[in-house]
Ligand binder design. Structure first.
Ligand SMILES: Cc1cc2nc3c(=O)[nH]c(=O)nc-3n(C[C@H](O)[C@H](O)[C@H](O)COP(=O)(O)OP(=O)(O)OC[C@H]3O[C@@H](n4cnc5c(N)ncnc54)[C@H](O)[C@@H]3O)c2cc1C
Length: 421
């Protein structure tokens, strides 16, 4: 995969970033006749695409009225009028249907693959690239864009190597979920080129939960909790750090740091958190710890011993989640009950209601100032052989499939125009 076939003759179009926008752009440019190289830093394409919509991928929104579609995107939507008339929602449905990926439309006009799997969208795009002979250079982080006057003349790989083409499409994404590859380097390069880049809002906000027990624990903090985030019964990510229980839910440094990513997930469905209060002990070690405490206090009542395991305020909260009787003597507690208690300490579930204080469904994503792009072609107004697509652009994206629609629209248009001689 990493042998450059076209190196000698050169490439017409070089796409940086193999997310949905980059794949669409590369596929379309090649389909229209260009020799295309797609450079991706991960070992595989579209890592974020595979986690979209909780793994189901809300591929677009079945809003066929372009005016209403544009309205959904707020003030900045107007930039996309001409773009949607070239490749909008109907063209997106056609694109996937003609490639044997049927879709279904659910509440709020959200469209998903019939398979309920983001993998189907990924497969469709990868097949599109293969059929049109796009060369993919994976495992290759681009480190910068090289310019000469108002022209881009190459992309830098590592310290010395430069890859060249006639036109360049920047599809490096935004900054959410950096573990998928979207780490925001594209924004730095654009700034170096003299483009205006709007910084994303970083949502550092507490989280409101639905569960009563969380609120009863208000004021209690734990310094080493592992918080795992679940959607559609699948773990999405997890982190360890300090949390604080509050009268509305959860706060503390760890929760604040996780809030942006959790906020992104709630756009696409229910989110549950699992709290491991003893993250440094595995189940066996925790049971040994509980057993030792029980053995040294065997003639005491549970309510008087429990405080040796968790802060006093947490005692009634945890006990209410178990079938244990607080008046029971510790030496009467069965092994099964003790093991069940350990499981509760390591897996306290609660459900996210919303991010506190962000009544808007989304946090502004930031990105390249829209007035610096020609939306008929996706060309930079400063560097005519540079095209910018997808999350690189400073749109505010509500949930509902609109983000990916922006990727399909801008990706297709950039690929189409960049392929022209
Ligand atoms: C949890 C979650 C769920 C979502 N669900 C939905 C949904 O259901 N529907 C919807 O419409 N939107 C959804 N979104 C938003 C959607 O995923 C994004 O809008 C979309 O992925 C943006 O695509 P992109 O191609 O612009 O960027 P990205 O998907 O971020 O891809 C950018 C690519 O560029 C690569 N790259 C970055 N820097 C470099 C470099 N220096 N060198 C080489 N390669 C580089 C990255 O590795 C990555 O592969 C979701 C987002 C999240 C976080």
């Amino acid at each position: 995969m990493n042998q450059l076939k076209n190196k000698k003759d050169g490439y017409d179009v070089l796409v940086v970033g193999g997310g949905p926008a980059g794949m669409m752009a590369a596929g379309r440019a090649a389909e229209a006749g260009a020799r295309v190289l797609l450079v991706e830093k991960n070992d595989s394409l579209g890592k974020k695409l595979l986690i979209t919509g909780g793994g189901r991928c809300n591929v677009t929104n079945a809003e066929f009225d372009a005016r209403k579609l544009v309205d959904k995107l707020g003030d900045k939507g107007k930039f996309l009028f001409s773009s949607f008339s070239q490749f909008g929602v109907p063209e997106t449905f056609d694109f996937f249907h003609l490639k044997n990926m049927p879709t279904k439309v659910e509440a709020e006009k959200r469209a998903f693959p019939v398979s309920n799997k983001a993998q189907s969208v990924w497969d469709t795009l990868v097949t599109y690239l293969q059929k049109n002979n796009v060369e993919v250079l994976s495992d290759t982080p681009v480190t910068g864009l090289v310019k000469k006057g108002s022209e881009i003349v190459g992309v830098q790989i590592g310290n010395k190597k430069i890859l060249r083409a006639k036109k360049y499409i920047l599809a490096t994404g935004g900054k959410s979920r950096p573990e998928t590859g979207s780490t925001g380097e594209g924004f730095l390069w654009l700034k170096e080129l003299g483009h205006k880049v709007i910084e994303p809002d970083v949502a550092l906000v507490p989280i409101e939960t639905k569960d009563g027990w969380v609120k009863q624990a208000q004021g209690v903090s734990f310094s080493n909790v592992r918080v795992s985030v679940f959607q559609n019964n699948a773990q999405q990510f997890s982190k360890t750090g300090k949390i604080l229980f509050t009268h509305f839910g959860l706060s503390g440094p760890l929760i604040l740091n996780m809030s942006k990513d959790i906020g992104e997930l709630i756009k696409y469905g229910e989110v549950k958190l699992s709290l491991d209060l003893f993250s440094d002990l595995d189940h066996l070690a925790l049971d040994a710890h509980i057993r030792t405490i029980f053995e040294t206090n065997q003639n005491k009542k549970l309510k008087n011993v429990f405080g040796l395991l968790v802060p006093p305020k947490m005692v009634p909260v945890i006990l209410s989640l178990t079938s244990l009787d607080q008046e029971q003597y510790v030496n009467k507690i069965s092994k099964e009950s003790r093991l069940a208690l350990g499981r509760i300490f390591k897996q306290l579930f609660c459900q996210v209601h919303k991010l506190l204080g962000t009544e808007k469904a989304i946090v502004t994503s930031g990105g390249l100032a829209l007035e610096e792009i020609d939306f008929k072609t996706m060309q930079s107004k400063l560097y005519p052989n540079l095209y910018c697509v997808g999350d690189v652009l400073n749109f505010d994206r509500p949930s509902g499939g609109y983000s990916l629609q922006i990727c399909w629209t801008t990706g297709y248009i950039a690929g189409d125009h960049a392929s022209k001689k």
